[in-house]
Write a protein that binds this ligand. Structure first.
Ligand SMILES: [Cu+2]
Length: 510
């Protein structure tokens, strides 16, 4: 057992199991639910059901729409919250290993953020309390125990968390059954529809997974292969979450029609953007406004277009984790069919996309910004991915990882360091406890040329909590630490990179 896993298990044992107060003694919350993670079975492919790990929820208080199943899927129920609501969640760990839940993108106190130091042992429970401070948008929840996030998410532990607010409601965007959420995840299946994660169990396969991340050959949408959705001839709001461990998508419609982007990680944009293709990295969300009124009973495909991931330059092109395991995994950049929209015949709607969406606070001009700038160098060395040369350690915060509540800073992520013959890899960088704005993105080394197709589709507008930093790039973001003081994380959301330690804590001091 390596040292970080041992530390994880010790931390789990040391964490008091009973963090919950008796229900009678605790002040009531607007939304009160019990969320359980446990092994289960799901029908994913034809044939036998697949063993998965899944979240289930029981709503004890709150509106009936606060917890909604996402079709018949292994994914956790969609939690629908309103801005300003108070929330209590009791998490029951029914897994055979430590776990803890992170509310990705949500501005919650550090006690409710799912930091790995808070992981609880099998059979234990943990109580979350937070108020919904976020703007309307598409967020999600997933486990965050150190060294085990990749396998737990891959096993099926993830769910959507959608926030609504009055500003969004005033826009009259497509709602209810015309507001569709699609969770994109790639998986690899073995005999009897068993989920395969470890690259065939060879040392080499595992090593490749760690360097590149794990790739499946089948893309599941909302937990199903060959996903198809019937739609009416009208406009839809489409919320897309990349819930994959390592795969980046270049999203486009099969017939090349434009995509109207209306929102990113932290909610709606000031105005829609028209794009032919959109890049979506692990952890990121994007919202589209799609109008099927001009389609008469046709089928519209959502695809991921091919892109050059530099595979030809490194070992990635020859050996990938799934291939090592005897499967036929499609590597990073392979073209993929994701979903089909089956347009019903009938009268066409006449929906109009609002020209103006949500108000965003002004962004300080990059040149004029006078706050402190911190640089985070993303590098691979000695078979580890590091941030400023460091890897994750429970409770360790370096002097240069302490910020002050109520201040704003520029964080610059630099991805100039490759790892020997693996070459440089993309890193979707996620910061907990904040929503930031992307100021500037610069290609600084020739390595970046490989990733041009992905760069074309990047949407850096709006509030973001995860930003893709491509090889050879320097990305500057403006972060305001104005939600909560405490200990939070910043890390790569390639889950294999994260599990290898490409993650650090930072502290927001009051
Ligand atoms: Cu990474």
């Amino acid at each position: 057992m390596d040292s970080h896993r041992r530390a994880l298990l010790q931390a789990a044992v040391a964490t008091p199991a009973a963090a919950a107060l008796p229900a009678a003694a605790a002040p009531a919350a607007d939304v009160d639910l019990v969320l359980t993670a446990a092994p289960g079975e799901a029908r994913i492919l034809d044939g036998p059901p697949t063993g998965v790990w899944q979240f289930r929820a029981r709503l004890d208080a709150g509106g009936g729409d606060s917890v909604q199943p996402l079709g018949e899927s292994y994914l956790g129920p969609t939690l629908r919250l309103r801005h300003g609501q108070s929330v209590r969640v009791r998490f029951d760990n029914g897994l055979p290993q430590p776990s803890i839940v992170h509310w990705h993108g949500m501005l919650v106190p550090d006690s409710a953020d799912g930091h790995p130091r808070l992981a609880i042992a099998p059979g234990a429970h943990y109580e979350y309390r937070f108020d919904v401070r976020n703007r309307a948008g598409t967020y999600w929840y997933h486990p965050h125990p150190h060294g085990l996030t990749g396998p737990q998410v891959y096993g099926g532990l993830a769910g959507l968390l959608i926030v609504h607010d009055d500003e969004e409601r005033s826009l009259g965007l497509p709602a209810q059954e015309h507001d569709l959420a699609l969770v994109l995840q790639d998986r690899l299946f073995g005999p009897n529809n068993r989920l395969v994660y470890d690259g065939g169990g060879t040392g080499m396969g595992r090593m490749m997974s760690g360097m590149l991340g794990f790739f499946g050959d089948t893309v599941l949408v909302n937990g199903r292969a060959g996903f198809a959705q019937e739609v009416e001839r009208r406009a839809y709001r489409l919320r897309l979450l990349n819930g994959s461990n390592a795969r980046i998508y270049r999203l486009a419609f099969g017939d090349g029609r434009a995509m109207a982007v209306i929102g990113t990680d932290g909610g709606l944009l000031p105005q829609p953007l028209q794009r032919r293709a959109v890049t979506l990295a692990p952890g990121e969300r994007i919202e589209l406004w799609v109008d099927f009124s001009g389609d008469r009973g046709g089928t519209i495909a959502l695809v991921s277009e091919a892109f050059d991931a530099g595979n030809g330059a490194g070992m990635g092109g020859m050996m990938r984790p799934g291939m090592m395991g005897g499967g036929h995994a499609a590597g990073q950049g392979a073209p993929l069919q994701l979903a089909r929209f089956l347009v019903r015949s009938g009268a066409a709607g006449a929906d109009r996309l609002p020209a103006r969406l949500a108000a965003l606070p002004p962004l300080d001009a990059a040149a004029a910004f006078s706050g402190r700038e911190r640089v985070f160098r993303l590098q691979g060395a000695h078979m580890r991915w590091t941030i400023n040369g460091r890897t994750y350690q429970h409770d360790e915060v370096a002097d240069d990882e302490i910020v002050r509540l109520g201040t704003a800073e520029v964080w610059a992520f630099e991805n100039f360091g490759g790892m020997g013959m693996m070459g440089a890899q993309p890193h979707p960088m996620h910061v907990h406890g904040v929503q930031f704005r992307v100021l500037e993105r610069r290609m600084s080394t020739p390595a970046a040329a490989y990733w041009q197709r992905l760069r074309e589709g990047l949407v850096d507008q709006g509030f973001k909590d995860t930003v893709l930093v491509l090889p050879g790039e320097r990305v500057r973001v403006q972060v305001r630490f104005d939600a909560h003081a405490g200990l939070f994380l910043y890390h790569c959301h390639n889950l294999e990179h994260e599990d290898m330690g490409m993650m650090r804590s930072f502290r927001i001091d009051a």
